[in-house]
Write a protein that binds this ligand. Sequence first.
Ligand code: TXA
Ligand code: MG
Length: 316
Amino acid sequence: MTQTETSSLAPDAEGLARAAEILRGGGLVAFPTETVYGLGADACNDRAVAAIYEAKGRPSFNPLIAHFPSAEAAQAYVQWSDAADMVAAAFWPGPLTLVLPLRAGCGISRLVTAGLETLAVRVPAAPLARDLLERVGGPVAAPSANRSGQISPTRPEHVLAGLSGRIDAVVNAGRCDVGLESTILGLAGRPTLMRPGGIPREALEKALGRRVAERREAEAIAAPGQMASHYAPRAGMRLNAAEWQPGETRLGFGKVDCDLNLSRAGDLTEAAANLFEYLHRLDAEGAEVIAVSPVPHVGLGVAINDRLSRAAAPRD
Ligand code: TXA
Ligand code: MG
């Protein structure tokens, strides 16, 4: 692909105006949401969306999330429902993506849905992201701003490490608060958790007043972000390490003796926010094997363990 100079935009009115102008013109801009940095493009422009796939080196069958400044804006692109209303009222803006039936003729590029009859929609909470989305005035397709299969970026430096020279700009706004991608809730059929994330399943069930099914294996194809090796650091990974072995870099959780601790206090929110950042850091330091303490499999711990097991999965 052709090399472009990636400009770094300030997180102020001028920077956002420039970012919106690049996006409306069909360019690629990485911007921060409260979860991770997204790589944005005009979701109604086939060429712009194709450029996302190219810059990331992403398999073309993997669909993208469309981002909106408000639920009202999203409703023009999907078939809305009472269930969508309930969870949107509880969690939007926020780290939740809803998969709903696509509204025919809405103008979304078929490359965003990768040919599916459903569309993933999200209203991020980060004020800067919403300001940018308002300025663009149309849906912005944005996967995480990393090369396909690598660790998601929670800082602008991570974006540049992977995509410098491949995208037009990055909005330079420091670290993302949540640090893990959004929870994906399928609402095209019975409510199904398609990816654990920033909002635990129990909280969704409470808002919906009904059970949320685990993703069935058949649906894995509809959400290939769920494929085995993903979020992979260069280093090898050993999970649920009860004790350390010589030569390992020790990534702890809770009160353990280690090289770097996800959360000494055993706080899952803090651990989620640190996870990708620490994996990036240990990789940059040349760790060979990262051994990770057990993380409790409750609440946000489910999403943390999901990302850890994908980081540890066999690679091709
Ligand atoms: O927090 C996030 O969700 C971040 C920020 C930037 O919004 N975005 C993100 O995008 O994580 P990405 O592309 O890395 O992950 C999107 C996931 C993929 O696993 C994809 O397969 C799934 O969403 N997805 C998108 N559209 C879908 C659809 N129509 N049906 C099922 N899964 C879908
Ligand atoms: Mg991703």
